[in-house]
Design a protein around this ligand. Structure first.
Ligand SMILES: Cc1cc2nc3c(=O)[nH]c(=O)nc-3n(C[C@H](O)[C@H](O)[C@H](O)COP(=O)(O)OP(=O)(O)OC[C@H]3O[C@@H](n4cnc5c(N)ncnc54)[C@H](O)[C@@H]3O)c2cc1C
Length: 291
């Protein structure tokens, strides 16, 4: 289908983009990679009157460690994550996730900022960012504010961003030594959205005791889900098969998927249990090598 007619603006600076957002309010939408917005416009599920294309704004695509954080600029493409030496060497959870999103063509355009700002529980980065305890930086007319990832996903396709704010950066606390992660995704075919996805990040000491765990779930509820009880259960315990299995059951307890073409709810809940076991086990193996 063809989208409804719209006006198109291409600001060169963030303040200019924010001022356009203020001017046009709910009638405007930010355009980043367009990999979710354009299909929705073609299906007329989104009908913005103004598209504010932020691709010409410089300085919004970077991946760097600074001030204790891994900082990812909102316009960083999935393909940039895959190609980054920093991500490849220190952030396997992010690398796993980027690699499992869609296909190379989509990943050349799709941005990390857009993946989060879209607020789609089927997208993969939200679970990863929940596991990594990220913070989202929103820039608006009054400057920047930080939103913890726990507070960011409000409901289906709705985030804590205000209509006059742009997601400008994602900050992830740099994990200590002995940390690693993994992302597992069940999909009907390569490039599909997740039937179920699980992101796990752990920090273990030299004896294999879990110092910290992060677990995020994809596409098993109206928002991406942080499996907080499972995370708390693991803290201070050995990451052995029995504890991993109990944590996986606690993660499955908070999943509330719908039955649909990707499978019945019961099947998806069992897959959360299974993928949590696999993600924690792989994260542990990787973390043990990171000492
Ligand atoms: C064939 C196909 C397969 C896909 N498979 C997957 C998949 O497996 N996993 C997955 O996670 N995703 C998948 N997607 C969805 C898509 O890749 C992601 O949602 C994408 O990362 C969105 O980023 P974008 O830059 O393209 O956002 P856009 O489409 O430009 O924007 C998406 C939404 O976020 C808003 N927005 C964008 N950037 C900002 C910002 N900086 N600040 C505020 N608001 C903003 C826009 O206004 C819009 O509402 C797929 C898409 C396609 C077309």
């Amino acid at each position: 289908m063809i989208p409804k007619a719209f006006d198109y603006c291409r600001p060169k600076t963030l303040p200019e983009a924010i001022s356009l957002l203020q001017q046009h309010g709910d009638a405007a939408k930010i355009l980043s990679g367009g990999q979710s917005l354009i299909p929705m416009m073609k299906m007329r599920l989104a009908q913005p009157e103004y598209l504010i294309d932020i691709n010409q704004i410089g300085g919004l695509d970077y991946i760097r460690e600074e001030e204790g954080y891994l900082k990812i600029g909102a316009l960083t493409r999935e393909a940039d994550l895959e190609a980054s030496d920093l991500i490849r060497s220190k952030y396997p959870l992010i690398l796993d996730t980027a690699f499992l999103i869609a296909d190379p063509q989509v990943r050349n355009l799709a941005t990390v900022g857009g993946n989060l700002a879209h607020g789609d529980p089927a997208n993969d980065h939200p679970a990863t960012m929940l596991a990594l305890n990220a913070e989202v930086i929103a820039t608006g007319p009054d400057g920047q504010r930080g939103i913890t990832i726990n507070e960011f996903f409000v409901s289906l396709f709705t985030t804590a961003l205000q209509p006059n704010e742009i997601l400008s950066e994602i900050r992830i606390p740099i994990p200590p030594a002995g940390s690693s992660g993994a992302y597992f995704k069940l999909e009907r075919k390569v490039g599909d959205f997740a039937t179920v996805g699980v992101a796990a990040q752990v920090t273990v000491d030299a004896k294999g005791t879990c110092q910290q765990a992060g677990i995020g779930l994809t596409n098993v509820g109206g928002t991406p889900i942080k499996a907080t009880k499972a995370e708390e259960f693991l803290r201070g315990k050995a990451l052995d098969a029995s504890n991993i299995s109990q944590a996986a059951s606690l993660a499955a307890d908070v999943a509330h998927p719908s039955s649909d073409l990707r499978g019945p709810a019961e099947y998806k809940i069992s897959m959360v249990r299974e993928l949590t076991k696999r993600a924690l086990t792989k994260a542990l193996n990787r973390a043990s090598q990171a000492h």
